[in-house]
Design a protein around this ligand. Sequence first.
Ligand code: CP
Ligand code: NVA
Length: 306
Amino acid sequence: MNHLLSLNDLSTEEIQDLLKLAQKLKRQTKEGVQHHILKGRTLGMIFSKSSTRTRVSFEVGMYQLGGYSLFLSSNDIQLGRGESIYDTANVLSRYIDGIMIRTFKQSDVEDLARFGTIPVINGLTDEMHPCQILADLLTVYEHKGQLEGLKLAYIGDGNNVAHSLLHGCAKTGMDVAIATPEGYECTESYVAEARAAAKSTGSEILITRDPAEAIANADVVYADTWISMGQEEQKEEKLKIFMPYQINTGLFSKAKEDAIFLHCLPAYRGYEVTEEIIDGPQSVIFDEAENRLHAQKAVLATLLGK
Ligand code: CP
Ligand code: NVA
């Protein structure tokens, strides 16, 4: 593992190793153990979109591992004024030990990794959100004691979070059902990658338009915002189309009785999920948000600690 661009690039074993390391680092942090794994190492964090969790958890994670991080808003660095990815990758590779980037195009993240000589971590693109899904898998494991054989239902927009869930579930042997409205389906090539991974883990993949079919018998129910960053102008149109996909008491009752509810956040109560569900007893959203820190520390220690 040299980068974290897409969960599809990782083997089942690599994902399991990251989750084990995350659990260990989480336990040690709670015990007050001070780490120096990344002493003298610097992470550059390029953001072309907003962030609360990703920015804070990466910055704190680097600090807790003994390293240093730099926040690089794309508005303030020359990349935002049109400097090439090629030059940016080569220059940053001379100063720092790793790059975390949140941007629009997946191909820009891949180019950064290709042209530079340091590890690149995808902190979200329009197509992928691998760090989020590592935290989600850790959260499911903590609450359910297993991943293999569980069923996760994702109801909503077929974009970044859904794609990385497809990869993450398929690689870890979880069944995954995705329900999206017509016109908002997952990208076929990512579904195909997940189906290929599922062949060796035995995970079942269901792609449907019917939220009730997706959620039936689910152990984990997952929502994301309907209005992703950079798509704000679609809000009015989408709110109408997505309303039948709202996770409310009626829909949630079709999942298993002990199902847990996950949301990557930020959440918009009354749209993709009602208050009763997201603030109810089966919601584990804040454990999930906390686990961004622990999962990413495992990624940082693995990629930058070499
Ligand atoms: N879930 C997530 O990535 O949150 P932020 O946009 O706040 O980083
Ligand atoms: N799909 C959302 C995820 C936010 C973490 C977005 O891209 O804005």
